[in-house]
Design a protein around this ligand. Structure first.
Ligand code: PLP
Length: 432
């Protein structure tokens, strides 16, 4: 059993004897101390993932921005800020998180297809590095707001390069039919408009073609398309100082074999060098690949139900805690925190279960057809749960959101307390 178990968070996630450890901490101990459902993140794993990017830049001009929508817990953000990373944000709320940890707003890129005036004003006031602008009306609004504030807004246009990232349709963002960015064919005209606006300073070009991308080719295709534009834009006397390739590198959930960050970055530089563009400053905005396999979600088995067609293992984590299976049919590893005794019939070895939560929806499942030797009261770890998990959690069914713990080399700290029911309706009142 131990030998065949797949642990995508290795080496930080490890089986030692019967027990599962993350970054040197026994997960069953954390579940007992803090209750379940419980998110646990390895700081060591996050640092290692970040260093894989930054080391590959090897003295080249660059800015790395963690796309915080993947996991925006303040302790996670601080981990990356301490390594010198900036942030990719998609809302005013995310900007407040940057400020809350005392990180430098001058290393923030503000992405997003629909920015509100109040969010733009705040970003101008604190001084973000760059607005990644997604449409001509946004450009006009930004110019007006910047001029009114006596500022000039640094911008990149997010160009839609029309390349297929070959990922799930909901997380593919660089195709003609997607809502994101300015069409490749319109980009030069919009850049010329940008250069003429008083409140705008063009600094770069940007794209982001999707998420959970497991090959390098779509990045190189997108880069080729951007470089063609850079030539045309600069021919109009508009200087492009940086190229932002977005995020999107995939991780291993089951048997995917994405390139590692270093491989991706080196291929990108090779392409830039090959096209005589090796002097450019490069920005990247990874999210999932920094945190996805650094986290697990711990949950307790509540009840087991044997049905006519299926056996259900009902656990205390649900789609409100982790929506990726329900939303994207995502496959996440699920393993016991403590292995049962294969000879003990009480552990029901060899049984196949649908692992489901208590929420009143048939879409509320975490894993289907999983062979697990478990009984009520046992603890399970849902793997690869560091990205797009807690950050997408909701309070559906008035379920308080899970607590979050960070672990680092054998030590642990609670980094978000478990919500209470009273907190959930604290902003509500009755009307008589
Ligand atoms: C979501 C997002 C990212 C990060 O994507 P990952 O797949 O998590 O790496 C980067 N840039 C933008 C604009 C995004 O919307």
């Amino acid at each position: 059993m131990t030998g065949q178990e797949r642990l995508p968070g290795a080496p930080f996630l490890q089986r030692r004897g019967a027990e599962l450890f993350l970054d040197g901490v026994r997960l069953a101990d954390l579940a007992r101390a803090h209750g379940t459902p419980l998110y646990v993140y390895s700081r060591g794993a996050m640092r290692a993932a970040a260093n894989a990017y930054s080391q590959a830049f090897d003295g080249r001009p660059h800015l790395l921005c963690y796309a915080m929508k993947a996991n925006s817990n303040l302790a996670v953000l601080k981990t990356f800020a301490d390594l010198g990373w900036g942030f990719d944000i998609v809302s005013g709320g995310e900007l407040e998180r940057v400020l809350a940890i005392g990180a430098d707003p001058a290393k923030v890129v503000f992405s997003g297809v629909g920015k509100r005036a109040a969010e733009i004003r705040r970003a101008l006031a604190v001084g973000v590095h760059c607005f990644n602008v997604e449409s001509e009306p946004e450009l006009e609004l930004l110019s007006t707001l910047a001029s009114a504030a006596g500022k000039v807004a640094a911008i990149s246009l997010r160009v839609n390069p029309d390349v297929d990232a070959q990922t799930h349709p909901y997380i593919s963002t660089g195709l003609k039919g997607n809502k994101f960015g300015v069409a490749h064919g319109q980009a030069v005209a919009v850049y010329r408009r940008a250069a003429a606006l008083p409140g705008i300073a063009v600094v770069g070009i940007d794209c982001h073609i999707g998420s959970q991308i497991t090959t390098i080719a779509p990045y190189l295709d997108a880069l080729d398309r951007l470089l063609d534009l850079v030539t045309q834009i600069e021919a109009h006397g508009i200087a492009i100082q940086h190229i932002d390739l977005g995020g999107g590198l995939g991780i291993t959930y089951t048997d995917e074999t994405p390139p590692d960050a270093g491989e991706l970055v080196r291929s990108v530089w090779a392409k830039l060098d090959g096209r005589g563009q090796g002097h450019r400053k490069l920005l990247m905005e990874p999210g999932r690949s920094l945190v996805g396999n650094a986290g697990v979600l711990l949950t307790e088995v509540l009840v087991q139900k044997r049905g006519e067609a299926k056996n259900f293992c009902i656990v205390d984590a649900a789609m409100n805690d982790l929506v990726r299976p329900a939303m994207y049919q995502a496959w996440l590893g699920i393993v016991p925190c403590t292995l049962g005794d294969p000879a003990d019939p009480a552990d029901m070895p060899g049984q196949v279960w649908d692992v489901v939560g208590p929420v009143c929806e048939s879409g509320d499942w975490l894993g289907r057809d999983r062979e697990l030797a478990v009984k009520p009261g046992d603890l399970l770890a849902v793997l690869s749960a560091g990205a797009y998990a807690m950050s997408m959690a909701s309070n559906y069914n008035t379920r308080p959101r899970a607590a979050e713990v960070m672990v680092d080399n054998g030590a642990s700290a609670l980094v978000r307390h478990r919500e209470t029911a009273a907190e959930l309706f604290a902003g509500e009142q009755t009307w008589t």
